[in-house]
Design a protein around this ligand. Structure first.
Ligand code: SF4
Ligand code: SF4
Length: 275
């Protein structure tokens, strides 16, 4: 076995004055962390197996246990923090890509709490927003660069191909496959409810979501996953993707283990094949 540079993230603190060696923790821990040492007559623990679920802590009858985060650290500098060094060791050891589902494990701000809609940027700013309703409707699309008139001299005010958004916010593209069926459905339903748009990303559009077409932007990218005439006509607009946006792991790679029957059919790619 090779050297393991990763120190267990959690440490088990057992107050030996309180511990009555009842072995409840041993029986209750699904990860086999605790065991009774016959020789010393004391409980011992293998901390590397602990996932900090707190089951033993809450079931210990004498409150003898607590779990703390380790303060073990590497030799850091401005670029190489302990977290980064640990990630590299973890990735080298596992040979895999470090992925976190649903959100990020990093300490990034929650943008929804910081979002400010500037009244000067919206269509019809109210003088006193506390008393007057404020219109947040906004339009995306080509505008005339000059005033044109018809044969009778009337100003032509109609424009073509614009998207109307009731709120100045759209959902950015995340493909079906990179996110689940339910996540896509949630975005489609939310976009419909809010009067805005969600975006299929580069993964085609599941047949179940065609009903949300007027709130859908269908994406076409280099992989052309799920692109066919019906798809191109199913949304309110087509987005042509020029490059990959933010994504964890290894960019737009979708492992074959995620390509089930539904995703395979929607993307028009072979079942269980990496994409
Ligand atoms: S459950 Fe508490 S008292 Fe019982 S053996 Fe474990 S630490 Fe000791
Ligand atoms: S916190 Fe959970 S995983 Fe860790 S030792 Fe207790 S029961 Fe086991």
């Amino acid at each position: 076995m090779g050297i393991n540079y990763l120190y267990p993230p959690f440490e088990i603190i057992r107050n030996q004055d309180r511990c009555i060696a009842c072995r409840v923790c041993e029986r209750q821990c699904a990860n086999l962390v605790h065991h009774y040492d016959e020789e010393s007559g004391r409980m011992k623990a293998d901390e590397s197996l602990c996932v900090n679920c707190h089951r033993c802590v809450s079931l210990c009858p004498t409150r003898a246990l607590k779990i703390v985060k380790t303060d073990h650290t590497f030799k850091e500098n401005a670029n190489w923090k302990t977290e980064v060094i640990e990630d590299i060791y973890r990735q080298a050891q596992s040979g895999g890509v470090l992925l976190a589902s649903m959100g990020t494990p990093k300490d990034y701000p929650v943008y929804w709490d910081k979002m400010l809609i500037n009244a000067s940027q919206v269509t019809n700013p109210s003088i006193d927003p506390l008393r007057e309703p404020m219109e947040t409707r906004t339009y995306l699309g080509k505008k005339s660069s000059k005033i044109s008139r018809d044969a009778d001299g009337r100003i032509i005010t109609s424009t073509s191909g614009q998207l109307k958004l009731d709120i100045p916010i759209m959902f950015s593209a995340m493909s079906y496959g990179s996110i689940s069926y339910n996540a896509h459905k949630s975005l489609a339903m939310a976009a419909s409810e809010l009067g805005t748009f969600y975006n299929t990303g580069e993964g085609g559009l599941h047949k179940d979501f065609y009903q949300y077409g007027k709130n859908t932007i269908v994406q076409v990218a280099s992989g052309r996953f799920g692109v066919h005439p019906e798809y191109l006509n199913a949304g309110a607009a087509i987005e042509i993707k020029m490059g990959q946006g933010a994504k964890p792991g290894i960019g737009g790679h979708l492992p074959g283990s995620k390509i089930g029957e539904d995703i395979s059919a929607t993307r028009m790619i072979p079942l269980h094949a990496d994409a």
